[in-house]
Design a binder for this molecule. Structure first.
Ligand code: B1M
Length: 210
């Protein structure tokens, strides 16, 4: 599709205005928010990652692409987040300490909200102590942690350890995700579940609370 291709290219180029114009056009043409998201925005970030790996892109290019993607996500948010659903449960969500990647975490939060969860988003670079304090304050059913760097994944384990020590671990179900995270890693650190993408994060959250 030409319009989706233009959205893809605009995100790769870090062109926020082009991304938003492409999205308006795609919506006018009757394309769904889901299609725009997966074939336009998410596919474009994958391409940006590839360009970075190959040394064609550097951090500034990744950053402007991320900004364009985030603007696109904000535009799609009301379409992805359905209204008036019964609350399913409360989730505290954040990207772990040392890690500033938040696009995937934001998407997971948006989809959870869309499914009827109440989401308390702690943002990025969240220390184990801060996760613990939020659990004590908000008493959520679920804790969701995201990590995009192999070097920050270990902070998921540290967070679980601090919850254990504070004796709140059994009060919350814990799910984790992010590009370097695997099912095996989740099992290894004693998380309750792992999801590879945002829609499966919703299915997992429902499953963990059932
Ligand atoms: Co950085 N970065 N980055 N980056 N970045 C990666 C992650 C990298 C893989 C790129 C690469 O080399 N190919 C690489 C990590 C290598 C590694 O650890 N093995 C990398 C690096 C090296 C870095 C820096 C160290 C670069 C530097 O400074 N030299 C630096 C670190 C900064 C820090 O965090 N301390 C850095 C910085 C940045 C930017 C700030 C420029 C920017 C982030 C902006 C932002 O997030 N606001 C950025 C970006 C954009 C990326 C890539 C290109 C795209 C990430 C993204 O948003 N993807 C990324 C390449 C890649 O991932 N292939 C890369 C789209 C998003 C929808 O997908 O986040 O995977 P994702 O989320 C998915 C699933 O993973 C899952 O669902 C989401 C939706 O489907 N999921 C969950 C995520 N969280 C979940 C939680 C769940 C369940 C599912 O439950 C709770």
């Amino acid at each position: 599709d030409v319009t989706i291709a233009s959205i893809f290219q605009a995100v790769v180029d870090g062109n926020t205005r082009g991304t938003l114009e492409g999205i308006e056009q795609a919506l006018e043409q009757g394309l769904t928010a889901e299609a725009i998201l997966s074939q336009g925005l998410i596919a474009a970030m994958r391409e940006v990652g590839r360009l970075f790996e190959e040394g064609e892109y550097f951090v500034p290019e990744m950053l402007v692409a991320a900004r364009a993607m985030q603007a696109g996500l904000n535009r799609l948010r009301p379409l992805l987040v359905a209204q008036g659903i019964q609350p399913l449960g409360k989730v505290v969500l954040g990207t772990v300490k040392g890690d500033l990647h938040d696009i995937g975490k934001n998407l997971v939060g948006m989809m959870l909200e869309g499914a009827g969860f109440e989401v308390i988003d702690l943002g990025t670079d969240v220390s184990p102590e801060k996760f613990l304090a939020a659990i004590e304050e908000h008493q959520p059913h679920l804790l969701g942690m995201s990590a995009l760097l192999t070097t920050t994944m270990s902070n998921m384990k540290l967070t679980l350890e601090i919850l254990e020590r504070a004796q709140v671990r059994e009060r919350v179900r814990v799910m984790i995700g992010g590009a370097p995270v695997t099912e095996g890693f989740a099992r290894q650190i004693g998380a309750d579940g792992y999801a590879p993408d945002a829609s499966r994060a919703v299915a997992l959250a429902k499953h963990l609370l059932s």
